[in-house]
Structure formats: C-alpha cells, structure tokens
Design a protein around this ligand. Structure first.
Ligand code: ADP
Ligand code: ZN
Ligand code: ZN
Length: 735
C-alpha cells in the first residue's frame, strides 16, 4: 500500500543551481517523484525552468528559509546519471576554499544542459523480418541491399547504400514495399576501452621500480599522492601510463591533466602507441557535440581514460581510480577568471574524495610539491637518468657583457657560431625567446614617447608581420602610426628590444638556407597546427626552430642538439615571489628539449648576469640544491609554501571608487599573531581592460587558514556595485 504524503509531511529538497549568486534553494518534492541527492532536476525559477542538482539537506546553509506553503515544486528528474557524492563534496570543498558561490563551481561540473537531456537517437534500417508478407520485385539493386544486411541488425542509411552500391532512394522504395523498416541505431560508444595489456615499452631499472610502486598504489584503491620526478626524457610518461593500465584492470577511470592540451599532439600519439586507442579529450576547444557525448560517456563510466585541461576535474566520473597531473609545476593549471583555483591542488582534493591514487609529475617540481614530499605527505619517486643512455645537455652561459651581439642585433657571436656548427652537422637548432611579436616597445627617437595601451598599464607590442601594435593583456590593436602621436615627427618611431619575429628576421639574414619554423601561440593557433609543427621537426623537415614558451612543453625532438636562449634574464625582472623558481623551471624545460637521442645536446644561455644563482643552477643541473636555497629564502618570512597567501584585487572603471574600497579594506584589515596584510597598493597592472586595480595581500602562518579570515574581513566592508573584489587564494600571478 502506498501512503500519500500529507501536507504536513510534505518533503522539501535543497537544489543547487548553476548560478554564480545562488546558494542552494528549497523546493517541494511532488509525491510522484522519488528524488535522491545528486539527481539532476528541473525546477522553476523566476518563471523560467532551470536545471539544478538535488543537494544534500545538511549542506550549504539556506540563505533565507522559505515557508512550506510557498515552496515551488520540482518539475521533474532528468534522465542523466546522478551526480556522485564525491563530486558533490568536491564542489562544496572548492567553493569553500576559493570563496566562490557553490553554484559557480557547479556550473563547471554540468558540462552543458544538452548533455543532461536524453541523447537523440538516429534512425537507420533493418530487415523487415519473417512477419512481413511483402512480395515486391527483386531488382539486382534490392538484392544487393538484402545481401548486405543481417537479420536483427540496424544499419545507418548512407553507409548501407554505399556498401550495396545503390542510391538512398532505393532504400526508401524498399521500405515502402515492406522489405526493410526504419529502426533506431544503437548508441555507439565512441570511447573504446584502452587495452591495458597492449604491448608497451619494456621498462628498465628505475623505471620498472617506479612503475611497480605506482601500480601498487592504484591497486590499493586508496587515496595517496606520489610526486614522480626525473630528468627530462627519463620516461616519466611511460611510467605513469603503467598506472593508467592498472586503473583499467581495476575497472576504474583515470584522469590525466595536462597544462596545455592544445600542445599535446605527441602525448596523444604516445597514448595511442601504448594502448592501441585514443583517450577521451576534454578542453575548451572540443565541439559542443563531442562535449555532450564525452560528458555522458564519463558519467556512464564508458570513458575509461580522460585527458584534459583543468576543467576536466569537474567531470562526473562514477569511479575515479587515478588522477595524474603532468608538468605539475606549470602555472597554466591556475585558473585566473571566474572561480579562481589551482587545478594541481584541486586534483589532490578530487582524488582524496574519490579514494583514488594521485600522481604529480615533473622534471622541475614546484617548491610546494617538493616540500610536501620532504615532509612525507607525498611519497617521492625519482628517475635519475635519461632513457636509452641519452645524456643531459651541457649548459653554458654566454656573457653578454663580454661578447655582445652587434648593435641592434640579439644573437651573440658564440651563439651564432654554435648554430653554424650544428646546422653544418645536419642537426637541428632552436632559438628560444619567451616573447611574441617583433618588439615589446615602440619608442619615439625625438621625444621619448612610448606607445601604450589605452586600456592597460602596458606597452603595445609590435607585430610586424601583421602590421599591428597589440596589447598582450586586453588584445587592443592599432596600426603603427606614421608619425609620433606626441610630437608629430615623421619616421621617428623605433622598435626597442626583441620578440621572436625579430629573432626570425636575424636568423633569415644569418642562415638564409636553413629551413625555419616559428612556434608561438599566435603562429600556431590550435592543436592541429602545433601537432603538424612537431611532426615536421621530428621528420627533420626543419633545421632551425624559433619559439616562445610553447617549445618548452614536453616535446620529444630526437634530432635537436642545440638550444640557444636569447634572453635568459627575461623572467627574473619584477618582484614576483616565484620569479627565480619559474625561470629555472622554464629554462630547464627548454634545455631539456636538446640531446634526447644519441647525439649529445648543448645549451647556451645569453645573460647579462651569468653569476646569478638561476644561471648557476642551470649550468650545474643541480635543481635540488637551488630549490633548497629557495626554501631557505622563503621559510623565515612565512612565504609560500611555508605560509599562506590570499590576494584581494579591487577593480572598478572609476578610479576613485577602486581607491576608496581598497582603503576601506585596508582599514578593516585583519591582524593578530601570524596574520599580516600588505597593501593596498596599485597593482603592477594598475589599469587592465579599462579597470583601475588595487591589490591587498593577506599573509598568514601555515597553520592559520585564510578562508575564515577572508570571509570575516569581506563581511565588514561595504563594496559598491561599481567595484569588484576578486579573491585569489594561493595566488600565482601578482600582476
Ligand atoms: P619524460 O616524460 O620523463 O620527459 P618520456 O616518457 O617522454 O620522458 O620518455 C622520453 C622518450 O624515451 C620517449 O620517446 C619515450 O617513448 C622513450 N622511452 C622512455 N622509456 C622507454 C622505454 N622503457 N622503452 C622505450 N622507449 C622509452
Ligand atoms: Zn615623439
Ligand atoms: Zn590593453
């Protein structure tokens, strides 16, 4: 007997909606619906219908309780797999940690609303079967169609017509005559299960030991974090793919996060070589249709391995067994817009909530992860040598004070000499400069006027090939003026400093015969272009590569033996906490592209301060010692990872409003033992996209959580509507 719920026992459910301003809202559960936490439901909101997720009763305290009789009913449950408890807890956790509205985090986890609707099925054809008493004319064409079909199977129209060599009209005619009938095509799962036992490479020595250790961790089906380090080219990827294989054997899903999936063509080839099939891909450039299908396949457990950018953390894995973060030191894992979070750190949390193994991978691990390994929170595995007997490249500096380039040039004689010798041997050389465009500054020779962005505190970068001056912060472009906009002098504007385009110009003059390739984000738009470029380097269709930080990204270029860093000092300017650490990481990664096969590699760093600890660390290759010195510098002042930081960025189109709110926040600043507020101060980018910006920095001891302090602080200051206060917990950018 089924009891009808009486009005007094009417049930309510808390529904989280994917809106940046909403907490969870209460709705009435109509008697005919059986709603459980995690169900995707459609509910009315302001006369519209919205999709949300039934949230657990105890969480996300209600903004204002609504009287029972005023509750609106849930309209229905969507036919999608319910969101798992572990993903719901993860969403709550990320929201609380980053001080974001839970609804804004939920939005990242919903894929698209289309993914929640039942998949549209396509129609095909099947044999009409014995029940049909059709007596139609059997033309040769129709016979061919019947011969191509087996009873009980559904065939898509176009391929069937093609296989039988007939036009689609023939199929329709046969249907009219009752010989075949329309039927729905079964849902093809486009993500074939990778074969864990597909023959992979034979792992040797330290590789085999590290792989065995990771496999055991996955097999244990428990949470734990491993930091997998090892020199560039030591086989870290092959080792963690063994952990993926174990997750497959366990029947659990794996997630591999890569910092820039668009640059991962080679990685995908390797995956395919290891497992025989491609993994599911998740990043901002996948088409809406693939997005929808991938989301559903992940939710249904049909996508055993997903490779993605940071947003893949929010996919609805029903049984996640392994999370890998490759190149864990990369700042690209930090999302700076909307919900501001670090995917590397959140990956660890996601793994913990799913009882999955987590592996952080890098040749140049972050001080954060190294410190966690040292304290025993993470287990450490290291691959000390390059695979196949390849040696690490020899790193030298070129002292630009002693052997400067010719006036107006950027390549010094020793570097030119080294490129000459490399090209003469038929090997490949690379020139690295982490700056797009032709020149970072355009200056008037007469009055000293500098071409600036009207919207940002930034110079305009000349892109000569496109005949444009461009702001790299807001995208503003303008044509290079014929005369100085300040003093009106003609032909007085000069390019100052180099970008890759200018290095290319120099290279064309020096090595006109060499086959050159420029690799920069604006010359290689999209994954396909980067893949083609990498392939042409591998195929030796290129002699000289000129590139920005794109070339540092894990590529395997077996014929590359010389890397020249045009401006090794570039990243060291500015007051960024991690400037030295990042420069070492970037330049070591670039250097690591050289000498990955039989021929040894050589790296030349052009620098005005070869005695700098960063250059010395790169020369000695002892990054461990360098990181220990970094730790010694940061520890006493409680700088991360030995203390906690959170930034408040106050911005407004109205400078006075920004200034006033920043001052109010400064006056209300928290204090006390182990708590310190720095600022307010104008941000280095004091103007960005037309908004005036001020920064405050909260610094606490490691044992003091910043979130309650921030919540309390923000609650005490009234922020006008025209002002935005962005919270950035664990900031990596200080602009
Ligand atoms: P890392 O990720 O540490 O930079 P990779 O995994 O990219 O190193 O390995 C470098 C190169 O050596 C790749 O081409 C890889 O396929 C190859 N390699 C590594 N280990 C092995 C192995 N055991 N057998 C065959 N090839 C290997
Ligand atoms: Zn001028
Ligand atoms: Zn700008």
């Amino acid at each position: 007997m089924k009891a009808t719920p009486s009005v007094s026992k009417m049930q309510r459910v808390r529904v989280l909606l994917p809106l940046p301003l909403a907490g969870a809202y209460d709705y009435r559960i109509p008697p005919e619906l059986d709603i459980r936490p995690g169900d995707f439901v459609s509910v009315p909101l302001n006369h519209r219908s919205m999709i949300g997720v039934a949230w657990d009763a105890s969480e996300a305290p209600e903004a204002k309780p609504v009287a029972e009789h005023r509750l609106k009913p849930v309209a229905g449950i969507l036919p999608a797999p319910a969101m798992t408890a572990s993903l719901r807890r993860f969403i709550d956790w990320v929201a609380a940690y980053t001080l974001s509205p839970p609804g804004a985090v939920l939005r990242m986890a919903m894929g698209s609303t289309a993914a929640l609707e039942p998949p549209s099925q396509q129609a095909g054809w099947m044999l009409a079967g014995p029940g049909s008493n059709a007596q139609p004319r059997l033309t040769p064409e129709r016979q061919r169609v019947l011969a191509a079909m087996r009873p009980g199977e559904v065939y898509a129209g176009a391929p069937l017509a093609e296989a039988a060599g007939v036009s689609p009209g023939v199929l329709r005619g046969m249907a009219d005559n009752g010989m075949i009938r329309p039927a729905l095509l079964p849902h093809a799962n486009r993500f074939t299960r990778p074969d864990p036992d597909h023959p992979g490479p034979q792992l040797g020595g330290a590789q085999a030991a590290a792989a065995a250790s990771l496999v055991a961790k996955v097999a244990a089906r428990r949470f734990g974090v491993t930091l997998l380090t090892g020199v560039t080219g030591s086989g870290k990827t092959e080792v963690y793919l063994d952990a993926v294989a174990e997750a497959l054997r366990q029947g659990r899903q794996s997630l591999v996060l890569l910092p820039e999936i668009a640059l991962s063509a080679q990685w995908l080839d390797r995956f395919k070589a290891r497992f025989g099939v491609s993994p599911a891909l998740w990043h901002s450039e996948v088409t809406p249709r693939t997005r929808r299908e991938t989301w559903r396949a992940v939710a249904a457990g049909d996508a055993p391995v997903v490779v993605g950018a940071r947003s893949a953390l929010f996919l609805p894995f029903p049984d996640l067994g392994l999370v890998v973060v490759d190149e864990e030191h990369e700042t690209a894992f930090k999302q700076e817009e909307g919900v501001v979070y670090n995917a590397r750190d959140m990956a660890v949390v996601r793994a913990r909530m799913a009882a999955a193994a987590c592996v952080l991978v890098s040749a140049t691990p972050s001080l954060e992860s190294l410190t966690n390994a040292e304290s025993g929170r993470y287990e450490a595995l290291d691959l000390p040598v390059r695979y196949g007997g390849a040696t690490l490249p020899a790193v030298e500096t070129v002292d630009l004070r002693r052997t400067p380039p010719e006036r107006g040039r950027f390549l010094s004689p020793p570097l030119i000499e080294a490129v000459n010798a490399t090209l003469a041997r038929g090997e490949q050389a690379m020139l690295f400069l982490n700056r797009r465009g032709y020149a970072p500054l355009t200056l008037c020779r007469h009055c000293g006027h500098r071409m600036r962005c009207p919207n940002c505190t930034a110079w305009l970068v000349e892109h000569r090939a496109r005949r444009q001056l461009q702001c790299h912060h807001c995208g503003h472009t303008e044509a290079p003026p014929a005369e100085c906009p300040e003093c009106g002098s003609a032909n007085s504007l000069v390019a100052v400093g180099p970008g890759v385009e200018r290095v290319l110009e120099e290279a064309i003059a020096l090595w006109p015969e060499a086959r050159r390739l420029v690799m920069a984000s604006d010359t290689l738009p999209g994954p396909a272009a980067a893949g083609v470029a990498a392939q042409s380097i591998q195929d030796r269709a290129v002699d000289l590569i000129i590139g920005t930080q794109i070339v540092a990204k894990g590529w395997h270029f077996p014929h590359l033996t010389l890397v020249g860093v045009v401006d090794a000092d570039l990243g060291l300017a500015g007051g960024d906490l991690r400037a030295a650490e990042r420069t070492v990481q970037l330049l070591h990664q670039v250097a690591g592209r050289a000498g990955r096969a039989e021929a040894p590699g050589r790296v030349l760093l052009q620098s005005f301060s070869p005695e700098h600890p960063v250059m010395q660390a790169l020369i000695s290759g002892d990054l461990g010692a360098f990181m220990q010195e970094e730790a010694a510098i940061r520890r006493p002042g409680h700088w991360p990872p030995f203390g906690r930081l959170a930034a408040l960025i106050v911005s407004s189109e109205d400078e006075r409003e920004a200034e006033r709110t920043a001052r109010d926040l400064g006056l209300a600043a928290p204090g006390g033992e182990g708590v310190q507020v720095l600022g307010p101060a104008p941000a280095p980018l004091a103007l960005l996209r037309g908004r005036h910006r001020r920064r405050l920095l909260l610094k606490t001891r490691r044992d003091i959580a910043v979130q309650p302090i921030l919540r309390d602080w923000l609650a005490r200051v009234a922020v006008p509507n025209s002002v935005r206060v962005q919270v950035d917990v664990d900031p990596v950018s200080f602009l």
